[in-house]
Design a protein around this ligand. Sequence first.
Ligand code: PAF
Length: 281
Amino acid sequence: MQILHTLDEMHKLVSAARRGGKSIGLVPTMGFFHAGHLSLMQQARKDNDLVVVSVFVNPTQFGPSEDFKTYPRDMDHDARLAESVGVDVIFNPSPEEMYPEGYSTYVEVERFSKGLCGASRPGHFRGVATVCLKLMNITGPDRAYFGMKDYQQLRVVQRMAADLNLCVQIVPMPIFREPDGLAMSSRNTYLNPAERRAALILKKALEYAQRLIDEGVTSADELRIRVVEFISTEPLAQIDYVEAVDPDTLDCIKTLDHNAVLALAVKIGNTRLIDNTILKV
Ligand code: PAF
């Protein structure tokens, strides 16, 4: 497995792969791999001749008071894990390589970027869309893999790919969970043991919401209020949002008469966690 740091090196590698008729799979990441990341790489390995994983903690998607500086990083560990699942290339550029002096172009996916996480993290999805488009331009993938835990991010990237006529298939991948149900996230490492236990309230709240639907609740407002009450029983939890949205448009829904995504963002101590599920109506 190669680890490349510059655009020039990537360009040479991708051009040679294309000349050889090889298909390319891209797994964009910010590193600090867990089993969820590895599941994306394994799928990319099955589907493509060349698997490229980008490891780049993207400064443009973090707000000024967010955790860009402290975001966990461990390149040696990541390289060992990526190699163990058959990745061919890690692309690990510096911030200067991606955003050189004078950089001034950004991608705004207007429709999907404002609500949910976009409301409490202004500019976040502008940074995500921008870096994803740059990574796709650099690596020229046939397919790019995104986890469904970041459901809004997935919809933003899918919309961007459609709107900008990108020749890439966006492949959604299921949420990967710890054995006790906590959705895998590099940020779980911030949790102390008490917070780690408290964090299970997210998954339990999603299950509770499905039970409410099974019992006949059809008002999205009632569902939201009862899920908020449920999460509030956990003293370490501070709710950012609980929303039932249309899976395609991400618009908030009033009546649960078709499948919906229940999306949560909850702070446990200082750690903001997100999770979601498709509610089956
Ligand atoms: O989901 C992530 O890890 C990041 O948002 C992504 C897609 C790699 C863009 O920086």
